[in-house]
Write a protein that binds this ligand. Sequence first.
Ligand SMILES: C[S@@+](CC[C@H](N)C(=O)[O-])C[C@H]1O[C@@H](n2cnc3c(N)ncnc32)[C@H](O)[C@@H]1O
Length: 294
Amino acid sequence: MRTDGESWDIASGVGVTALRAATYRALETLRPDALIEDRYAEWFVDAAHDPRFTSPLRDPTLVEDRPFGQCMGLRTTFFDDFFLTAAHTGIRQSVILGAGLDARTYRLEWPPGMTVFEIDMPAVLEFKEHVLAEHNARTKAHRRVVAVDLRGDWPEALVEAGFDPHTPAAWSAEGLLTYLPGRAHDELLVRIDQLSQPGSHLAFTTVPTGADPAALAAIRSKYSDVSPFGEGDITELIHTDARVDPAHWLTEHTWAVRQFSTDELASIYNRPPPVLPDELAAFSRQSTCTVALR
Ligand SMILES: C[S@@+](CC[C@H](N)C(=O)[O-])C[C@H]1O[C@@H](n2cnc3c(N)ncnc32)[C@H](O)[C@@H]1O
C-alpha cells in the first residue's frame, strides 16, 4: 500500500524499480544482438550490491524467461530515438522525469548546446551521482540534476535549475506514471502542458488504464518480481487510483498523440515480437510507448 508522503532510496520502495530497469538495460547490452549499449547500467547494478540484481548479470540465464527483459531493448531504443528526433528539430532542452538510473545524458550523441535535466528523488540521484563520479563518467550534454519529488511543486525546482519555459522542450516519463498517485499523475500532465511551448515533444510509457487492479496486480507479481528479482510485491509500489487517460487528455489539449504497442516496436526495430504467456500478451498489447507533439 502506497502512502502520500513516503520517500525511498535506490535500495527501497520505488527506488528498486530504477535498479531493476538498469539491470534489464545491462542484460540487453550483453545480448549478441543488443539494440542498445548501456555500460553505465552495469556500474549502477554492481554498486548497489544487491544479489537479486548482480546475480542475473553474472548469469543472464537466470532471467531469460522474464518477459519484461524482451521488451527493455525496444523501450530504451524508442526513447533514445525520441530524444534524438526532438533534438534534430532544434530542441535544446530535454527533461527526464523519474530519471532513475537512466544514463542517456552520457550515452547519446547529443547535438552541441543540449541541456538535459534529470528529475528524481534526492536519495536516488545521490546514489547515481556517487557511482558516476566514482567511474569518472563524462556527459555528452550539459547536465542538470533536479532532486525533487514529482508529487510536489517540481516546476519551480526545474526552472531554478535553468529550464526555460519560453522555449520548446523534449520530455520523457519512462516507467514513471504508474508510480504516481492519481492526483500527482494528473497534475504532472497539466504542468508539462503549461511548460511546453509549441514544438515541444513528450514521450511516456503507459500500462492499461481501466485494467482490473487485482488482475494487474496478479500479473505483475507473477511475472515482474518473482525470484531471482526478489520476493517483494511490486504491486505495493504502483498506484491504481483514478486518473485521466494521458493520451486522451493530451489529445484534448492540442497535442498530436501516437501510441506504439510492443509488437509495433518489435517490427520497427527488427526484432521478433516478444513471446508472452496469454495473460501477459493481452496486457502487453495495451501497454504502450507513446509520443506526443505539440
Ligand atoms: C521504474 S523507475 C524508471 C526509471 C527510469 N525512467 C528508467 O526507465 O530506467 C521509476 C523511477 O521514478 C522515480 N519516481 C517515482 N515517483 C517519483 C516521485 N514522486 N518523484 C520523483 N521521482 C519519482 C523513482 O524514484 C524511479 O527512479
